[in-house]
Design a protein around this ligand. Structure first.
Ligand code: MG
Length: 305
């Protein structure tokens, strides 16, 4: 089942619905609150349809505004080969946090702000939506805590993230490089976990202005979705509506940035990926696609802001 949150033109109250191809069945109840729905899956499954809408007739919103987005970086082998790597312990995933302040929805604009960054980059990532609370969740039961999956574009200010010491070694300032207005486009829907029995078997793609820039596979993750749930639940009680994002594959603009240690490598499976032509520019259309979920499209604002 695919759940969406949306606005009907001329109205201001978000509604929830089930997406069927190009049709949305609007659900009764819930008051537009996806987190309430996620917390009450039995009633969600049987909720009645009160209206039907053609997808082009509504405006999709971010499925909900997560309080916390737990983020793992450097989590694909292929991405780690294309960038200036900061040594990782190998014992724990890289970890940082975004909040709802960063979230925008489908077809929204990512601010273009040269004061913040001159190296705006995008990262298509599989997003895990937590459904069942837990702390110290055992690895073997981790996926039982998943309500569903979605897409987040982990928009990054690369020149704030990547720093170099005087000996030439790299280190990352993940807070300043990752957390800013518009840095977490989220959507277009949440697909329930029963439709994705194995989250390590999904193809991810990024297109910029129609050009295929990223093509990777979740089987290339260092830390699986189950591992990330298990490990992050050591820090925080995971609650319904929290989101975990799982890293990005190769093909970022960083890969062609020699100044920041970029090292573009053609993909091994032969998909016709085009090397990045540089960082995001005003007006760029960025499409993040994940098999079984859909495509999240955003535009980089055409004016400075
Ligand atoms: Mg990322």
């Amino acid at each position: 089942m695919k759940y969406v949150r949306f606005l009907v033109p001329g109205t201001t109250a978000p509604r929830l619905g089930r997406l069927h191809d190009d049709r949305i069945d609007e659900l009764s109840g819930w008051d537009g609150d996806m987190t309430a729905l996620i917390s009450d899956t039995d009633n969600a499954r049987t909720a009645a349809t009160v209206a039907q809408h053609a997808l082009p007739d509504v405006r999709l919103l971010a499925p909900f505004m997560p309080t916390t987005i737990l983020c793992s970086g450097s989590n694909y082998h292929a991405h780690n080969r294309e960038k200036a790597s900061s040594p990782l312990s190998g014992k724990e995933p890289e970890f940082f946090i975004k909040t709802s302040d960063c979230v925008i929805g489908p077809d929204d604009e990512v601010p273009f702000d040269p004061i913040l960054t001159k190296k705006l980059d995008c990262e298509t990532e599989l997003a895990i939506v937590i459904g069942k609370p837990g702390r110290h969740i055992p690895l073997e039961h981790a996926l039982d805590h998943v309500f569903g999956y979605s897409i987040v574009n982990d928009v990054t200010a690369r020149d704030r993230q990547v720093r170099f010491r005087s000996d030439g070694s790299a280190f990352y300032e993940l807070g300043r490089g990752k957390v800013f207005d518009g840095s977490a486009p989220f959507g277009p829907c949440v697909v329930t976990a029963d439709e994705i029995p194995d989250p390590q078997r999904l193809r991810l793609r990024t297109r910029i202005n129609g050009e295929l820039r990223q093509s990777g596979h979740t089987s290339d993750m260092l830390w699986s979705c189950a591992h990330l749930i298990h490990i992050f639940s050591i820090n925080l009680t995971l609650r319904p509506g929290m989101v975990i994002i799982t890293g990005t594959p190769a093909g970022t603009a960083w890969s062609v940035d020699k100044e920041l240690g970029g090292n573009w490598i053609p993909p091994e499976d032969g998909e016709p990926v085009v090397p990045a032509r540089g960082y995001n520019q005003p007006g760029d259309v960025v499409e993040s696609e994940i098999e079984g979920i859909g495509t999240l499209r955003v535009r980089v604002s055409s004016k400075n802001n």
